[in-house]
Write a protein that binds this ligand. Structure first.
Ligand code: LCS
Length: 395
């Protein structure tokens, strides 16, 4: 399939692959190989010189990985994509690419715990500073940009507080200053939100989550609006830091992508029913969900997201002890980090995903002891609600 005139859902299934080029195999073949044999020494020389297409070594490119990259680039409306062995490999690659010693990274008020850990390393070892700021109004964005800011890095919805920032507004201000914007789109998946369409320069995913969708792969994806720049990253930071994906994991992601749209519709439908239940429950103190009409950023969520997604965060009365008790009362819902799987998962960000963030910053991000994050799965929504109901009634 060579053109992109088809709708998104069709591209998820066909983009980047022609059966005729692969012995008519319907499924994308798995090229589980570390290296590629050259016909002659001169051919090897030409491939290394970039004068002839073809395989060299799987850290530099692999046909199975290439199908995945083409497919996701199209899904995110970018010109090029790179696949990685984890979401964090994608995050670290783009941050290393966009910064040098003395530069500054501007981030949303909250970010994933390990991204926070990476920023700390960059600061302590390489003198690359960062700020975590509320970036809701145009004035806040303008005021947060420094003369040495070389990258604006945002999550929306933010993990785990589900805060929304206006991608279009941030990219508009960033463009005035010539600063590239990176959006971590993990929580929405390429089906619910496309930041490049809203002006972002790079989009990344922990593909471990919705893109794979089956809880059996750790992987990352980086998509860029500029093909040349993506090829530069492939030939430099990705190649030499080496955080590439394995062909088998790429193959599993290709399989997962075929049902992304179907899964995301059901995740969103289930989550919206669970949200209605939790919002009305007297033991739930606060609830955070993009499509909550009482969410101050509801209008922004509606503008940039196709649906509310599968994630809900909420606080219960009390703190760590009460949150842990609720989790221990659950019978169906699994206590586990990660998200975007068929199974409904619950985790406690304060003691789990964001425990590496020092307490002061954790609280500034809105991560309190009573906060729980629920990744609503694909089970029957009544069963999920019933499990929450019985656990809450035992509190
Ligand atoms: N970005 C976001 C927003 C994430 O939630 C995660 C992982 C990453 C990047 C890193 O991706 P990974 O290397 O794990 O593929 N988030 C996790 C979470 O919330 N629970 O467990 C992992």
């Amino acid at each position: 399939m060579s053109n992109s005139n088809f709708s998104k859902e069709t591209m998820y299934i066909h983009k980047g692959y022609k059966t005729g080029d692969h012995q008519d195999s319907l499924a994308v073949p798995l090229y589980q190989t570390s290296t590629f044999a050259f016909d002659t020494a001169e051919q090897g020389e030409r491939r290394f010189a970039g004068e002839e297409p073809g395989g060299i070594y799987s850290r530099l490119g692999n046909p199975t990985v290439q199908v995945l990259e083409e497919r996701i680039a199209a899904m995110e409306l970018g010109e090029g994509a790179l696949a990685f062995g984890s979401g964090m490999a994608a995050v670290s690659t783009i941050l290393v690419h966009l910064t040098k010693s003395g530069d500054h990274i501007l981030c949303t008020r909250g970010i994933y715990g390990c991204t926070f850990g990476l920023l700390k390393i960059l600061k302590e070892k390489y003198d690359i500073s960062h700020d975590l700021k509320t970036l809701i109004t145009e004035e806040e964005i303008e005021n947060a940009i420094k003369p040495n800011t070389t990258c604006i890095y945002i999550e929306t919805p933010i993990n785990p507080t589900m805060e929304i920032v206006d991608i279009e507004q941030i990219t508009k201000v960033a463009k005035k200053h010539g600063i590239p914007v990176v959006v971590d789109n993990t929580f929405s998946s390429p089906y619910l939100q496309n930041p490049i369409e809203l002006g972002a320069d790079f989009v990344l995913h922990s593909a471990t989550k919705y893109i794979n969708g089956h809880g059996d792969v750790i992987a990352g994806i980086l998509v860029g609006r500029d093909k040349g720049e993506m090829e530069t990253i492939r030939g430099t930071v990705q190649k030499d830091f080496g955080g590439i994906i394995s062909p088998f994991d790429a193959w599993l992601l290709i399989r997962g992508l075929k049902t992304l749209h179907v899964r995301m519709d059901r995740h969103s439908e289930n989550a919206s029913k669970v949200f209605d239940f939790l919002k009305a429950h007297p033991s739930v103190e606060h609830i955070y969900y993009p499509f909550d009409v009482d969410n101050p950023q509801y209008h922004v969520a509606k503008k940039q997201m196709k649906a509310g997604g599968g994630l809900i965060s909420f606080t219960i009365k009390g703190g760590v002890k009460e949150a842990q008790k609720l989790m221990n009362e659950l019978k169906l819902i699994k206590i586990a980090v990660s998200l975007g799987d068929a199974e409904t998962l619950i985790q406690h960000p304060y003691t789990m995903t964001h425990s590496v963030v020092p307490e002061k910053e954790r609280l500034e991000m809105g991560i309190t002891g009573g906060l729980l994050r629920l990744s609503v799965g694909l089970e029957n929504s009544s069963d999920i609600i019933e499990d929450l109901q019985q656990a809450l009634s035992n509190m």
